[in-house]
Design a protein around this ligand. Structure first.
Ligand code: UGA
Length: 448
């Protein structure tokens, strides 16, 4: 099947490469020439496990090409729209400029029966608007909504073997120019795209536009709520001497609750959860249903408090003043296995400590270059030993495996003072305390 993918950011680059890997003929289109050039050379513009391998093998197969010309989409039967929907500057709502620009650029190249399949995370109601736009163009093309649920760090795996597929199909009664029901036509095309996953038993939910759009934002809102719930419990645990990790284990044994996404820490970040919950709440207000999602404002507030909480802990451990004190920051990306620093709580903590006058030296296995571009005022070390050397306090803020595995005895030989603040509850408190450290975690009793 011939596929175009409009927008080769995180989602689009992975989707294009994976679709080609599955045997489709794919063209990825992006307005950014440098990105197109890199991808065409088989180089991933982001760090994402397995993406380089899959990009170069798809490229060698001849099934994957990239272009900065929307005309390259001509001839594809399904056109995936995978452009970004960032938070609007100074507002909570999503910026839909790129989605509309992508569809506008596509219109002159659509043929009757083509399917425009939206994947970007959008405010509910967008698919219907785009369907009107496509219908008004007289091209005879159709629109479907097909949200994506991939996680950074597992993007290739999640795309090749998703845990569910959702189709938001056109309304009943709509037809193609040949009189075929639009729902049947769109479904047949999407089934062909996802044939391998569907044959492998991936659950499929076939529904309408608004439900498909809402599935995506409600899934992210639920995940964000789960994290803020456990972080709220961490605040209560701090006030009572309880241990939030044991609490999460205990409630997580209830399969109705589940243990995943109950890790208390410095909160969620990244290019999705924070902006998605804000845009969702903003959309609810537009719909006159602001109160239905008012709790998401609290989810956001709990989340943002976590960052300052860690900063306060460092200040406290250093006797109330961090000026000139060396603080080693372990981790900069918003989560492990990613070089993405969009709305990264780890980077935010580093910036706040620097703002208080600390001599911050931050390190990360993959996110240093991205961080230097945004925050050149921070100190950076390209390896963990240099970051730790002579530190007055260590702050673990992104739980990369190499930080989890640090040996407290060996680290103790590098630092000036044995103070560790574990912003992700990733370390064994007793092991660090036994090696002479003052250990402070998130919502768990300190050990010294
Ligand atoms: C999230 C969703 O998990 C994906 O399903 C969705 O497709 C994606 O957004 C998207 O909308 O594109 P992602 O942003 O890659 O994926 O990251 P997550 O794994 O959800 O982690 C988000 C943040 O929550 C990270 O900063 C992570 O450290 C934090 N987190 C996660 C916690 O603080 N505690 C937890 O228990 C889990």
């Amino acid at each position: 099947m011939r596929i175009s993918v409009i927008g080769c950011g995180y989602l689009g680059a992975v989707h294009a490469a994976c679709m080609a890997h599955l045997g489709h003929e794919v063209v990825g289109i992006d307005v950014d020439h440098d990105k197109v050039r890199a991808l065409a050379a088989g180089v991933s513009p982001i760090f994402e496990p397995n993406l380089d391998t899959i990009l170069s093998s798809a490229r060698e197969s001849g099934r994957l090409t990239f272009s900065d010309d929307p005309a390259a989409a001509a001839g594809a039967q399904v056109h995936f729209v995978t452009v970004g929907t960032p938070q609007r500057k100074g507002e909570n709502a999503a910026d839909m400029t790129y989605v509309h620009a992508a569809v506008d650029a596509l219109l002159p190249h659509l043929r009757p029966g083509d399917l425009v399949a939206g994947k970007s995370t959008v405010p509910v109601g967008t698919a219907a608007l785009l369907a009107e736009k496509v219908a008004a163009s007289g091209t005879g093309a159709l629109v479907a909504w097909n949200p994506e649920f991939l996680r950074e760090g597992f993007a290739v795996e999640d795309t090749l073997t998703p845990d569910r597929i959702v189709y938001g199909l056109p309304p009943a009664g709509a037809t193609t120019v040949d009189g075929v029901p639009a729902q049947d036509h769109a479904r047949r095309l999407l089934d062909e795209v996802y044939v391998s996953a569907l044959e492998g038993g991936t659950p499929l939910v076939v529904t309408d536009y608004p439900t498909a759009e809402l599935v995506k934002v409600s899934a992210n809102a639920f995940l964000a709520t789960k994290i803020s719930f456990i972080n709220a419990m961490a605040e209560i645990a701090d006030a009572t001497g309880a241990d939030v990790t044991a609490l999460a284990d205990a409630i997580g044994h209830d399969t109705r609750i589940g243990r995943r996404f109950l890790n208390a820490g410095i909160g969620f970040g990244g290019g999705c959860l924070p902006k998605d919950i804000r845009a969702f709440a903003a959309r609810a207000e537009e719909l006159g249903k602001g109160e239905s999602l008012a709790f998401l404002r609290e989810v956001d507030a709990i989340n943002l408090r976590r960052r300052q909480h860690v900063v306060d802990m460092v200040v406290d451990e250093l006797g109330g003043d961090v000026v000139g004190r060396k603080v080693a920051i372990l981790g900069l990306s918003f989560k492990p296995e990613s070089d993405d620093i969009r709305d990264s709580p780890a980077l935010d903590v580093a910036v706040r400590l620097k703002g208080l006058g600390a001599d911050v030296v931050a390190t990360d296995p993959h996110a240093i270059l991205n961080s230097i571009r945004q925050h050149p005022q921070l100190g950076f070390a390209t390896n963990t030993v240099d970051a730790l050397f002579g530190a007055d306090a260590i702050v673990l803020v992104t739980e990369w495996a190499e930080y989890r595995d640090l040996d407290p005895e060996r680290v103790g030989e590098l630092v000036r003072a044995k103070v560790v603040i574990d912003g992700r509850n990733a370390l064994d408190p007793q092991r660090w305390a036994d090696a002479g450290w003052t250990y402070r975690g998130m919502g768990r009793p300190g050990v010294a």
